[in-house]
Each structure stands twice: as C-alpha cells, then as structure tokens.
Design a protein around this ligand. Sequence first.
Ligand code: BES
Ligand code: MN
Ligand code: MN
Length: 464
Amino acid sequence: MSKIKDYIEKHKDRFVDELIDLLKIPSISADPSYSKDVLNCANAVAKSIKSAGADNVEICETAGYPVVYAEKIIDPNLPTVLIYGHYDVQPADPLDLWESGPFDPVIKATKTHPSGAIFARGACDDKGQFYMHVKAFELMNNLDKLTCNIKFMIEGEEEVGSENLSSFVKENKDKLQSDAILISDTGIIANDTPSITTGLKGLSYLEVEITGPNRDLHSGLYGGAVANPINILCEMISKMKNENNQIAIPGFYDKVQILSDEERADIARAPFSLKKYKQALDLSDIHGEKGFTTMERTGIRPTLDVNGIWGGYTGEGAKTVIPSKAFAKISMRLVPNQSDEEITQLFTDYFLKIAPKSVTVKVKPHHGGEPYVSPTDIPAYKAASLAMQTTYGKTPVPVRSGGSIPIVALFEKELGVKSILLGFGLDSDAIHSPNEHYGIFNYLKGIETISHFFQNYAELLSSK
Ligand code: BES
Ligand code: MN
Ligand code: MN
C-alpha cells in the first residue's frame, strides 16, 4: 500500500472526528443572529490549519466575515497552489424536514453511500470538501512529501455572494500569488464515475416588488376593479419565457456562445441516464429549453428561475384580501460571454416595460457573478486528471456545471490564475436542502486524490 493510503487508513477516524467538530458550528452567513458562530468557525478553521502544519495563519478582517489565510512556503522557487473554500453554510430551514439536527452531525448509510455519510448542514458544501485539503496538506507535510508551496484562503461569505471578497483579492494580490488555484466545492458524476467540473455559471440575482393599491383591500368590495399585485406578478413572470421555454427578455441570448457539433458531442459523451435522473427526483417528465438535452440545459444554456414568491395572506384558514404588494426573488444563471451587469439591466428594462400602468414596479439587484470555463490542457488540469486516474482507476470526465462560485472568474481576472474545480460531492448529497450529507468514501477519496494532485502538479511543472 502506498504511504498516502497508509496514512489515511491510520488516521481516518480522527479525520472524520475533526470534520464532525467543525460541522457542529452553525456558521450561517445569511442570518445575522449567527454572527458569533460564523466568527467562531473562522477561529476553528484557523486553528485546524495551523495544527496541520501551516506557518503563517491569519484571520483577515474584511467589511464582512473574515477570510482565513495560511501558507506553507517550502521554497519560493517551487510552484504554489492556492486552495480556496468556504466555511460558511446555507441556512438550515425548513428545520422540520431534517431527520437529525442540522448541527448535530450523525453518520448513516444511504443507497449512494453504503459505507456511511455524515449528515449535517455544510457536510458537503463546503466544510467537508475544503477540510479534505487541510488533511491532504497535513498528510503530505508529515510524510515530507510536499514538493509545492501551499496557500489557503477560506472565506465566510460564499453563500451570500462573496461581496467583500473581491476587494480582499484586489488588495492582496501578492499574498495570493500562485500558479494554480484548487477548489473542492463541486461534485462528481458518481462514486464509480469520476469527473472534473470544467465550467461554472454566472449569476444575476434580483428581487422584484409589485405595488397595487396603497393598502390591503376587501377582495369582494374591490376585487375585479383594481390590479391585484399577485395576479399581475404571475402574469409578468409568465412573460419571461415563451412556449419553447426560451427566455423572452430581448437581447438575452445575444452574446451566448453557440457550441459546435463537436462540443455538443463531447457533452453527450458524459454518462447520463434520463430515467435515473427522473427517478431520483420523483418526476414523470423533465422540462426545459426546446432543442437541448438535460446536460446542455444545465451545463451550457442560460436559465431563469423564480426562487421565491410571496404576498397576501398565507396563514391558517382563509382571509379575503387583495394585497397591496407582491414580491419575488428571481435568479438567472449565465454562460460564457454573458455579463451579469448587462443581463441585470436587460431584465430590469423588460420587466418595467411589461408592467401595466395599474401597478408600480421596483427591481432590486442582489448579487451577481461571471461564468467560468476551465481549460483541460493546462498542467493543473492534467495533475488533477492523473490524480483521479490513480485513485479511481478511471480517467475523469470533464463536465460543465450549472452551479456558480462567483469568485472563480474574479480570480482569473484579478490574479490571472486559473482554477481547477476538483469536487467530490454527489448530486444526491442534498446541498442547500434538508438532510445534507457527505459520503465518508468521498471524503477519504478526496483527501487521497488531493494528495496526489500536489505531487503530480509539482512533478509536471518541474519537468517542463
Ligand atoms: N458549492 C456551491 C456551488 C456549486 C455546487 C457548484 C455544486 C457546482 C456544483 C456554492 O456554495 C453555491 O451554492 N453557490 C451559489 C451561488 C452563491 C452566489 C450564493 C449557487 O450556485 O447558487
Ligand atoms: Mn459551496
Ligand atoms: Mn452553496
């Protein structure tokens, strides 16, 4: 058995216990009532990276939650890998759908994880995944096998849009200087089908507010005579797409790259079963843009979705009322060449244009981010691919994801460094949902694969 595997076998219980301790901290960045916990979590992360063997560990203040930075510089002439991850998590609600406490981690076997998974908010997104890097670093450092420099940058605001991270990156370019950025905050196709994420979508997220009458009204006395903001909002939302499920905002697709037949054939090569996809979600049919496959819809086509809609009376029983206001939160996922600022503007123009005079409309942009595509012909990708080849016995498939990590495009723009998205989660791990979990197999396999990445990357660069 290799020394890497040996080390993992010997220390795996401790690796799991340490992750469980981290998962007990409710570091919910969206909810200010958890701010102490988020700060505690930053401290815990800093401590764990320090005890793994890093030299300069800092908790860097930002206008929001701090960034944990750490480094191990073996030799400035060696290549440097910057590891990015996030210690903040999504809110846990709806709480009543959790089978165990979201911050009370338990290990249970599932269909996709017969050897056990850790159930807790953040188990997969992203505590379990960034912690694999801390352990891979510990392992390589203790085995004296580290032949590249390592920097860590673990932030606490990813789940709320990383708004303060861009100035941190701009102000710390020297500190973050590196040859490649390695991130585990995505997934693989299946535990027997390794893959590497080669694309992330951009994002435009906004909130709309429709106002009708100046107060809630009796729906009998006024019904049919004044605009009902909820009815109007629904009509306006239905105008966002046409009968082919294409987005109807003028100019929306203007800059979208059209893929060649070859590129589409590449996408179709990734293993995918529509039957299993539907089964996993209890769906009798799928739904999406005409002319594209499911993998294309999620990977390379832009989308628009309502994330939440509210207004009027939603309590027990019935209340006859025409509400004064209605609201919705809407996200658009963007693909290469679409700029989030431009798309936010196009949405706003169109939304205001289709509003009837009987209501007033406000559009409030939340956060955004640009899309990212990772090349497959650079040393860092090759090092990741080779690492998976070693640990899974199969060459990983490149896959474009529908998810977003806005800071990745900014890393490229500000630092000029490409990121490799070497994630190990499964779609069934329920990130952002009740009962989020992360397979212990995936956790340990990730630690092993990342260790090989460090080794491969240093070797590939030094043999150039
Ligand atoms: N880790 C996810 C993104 C992700 C998950 C990408 C799986 C690919 C596969 C990240 O934490 C996330 O949730 N991002 C948000 C965007 C953010 C601005 C709130 C998203 O994609 O909704
Ligand atoms: Mn994440
Ligand atoms: Mn997330």
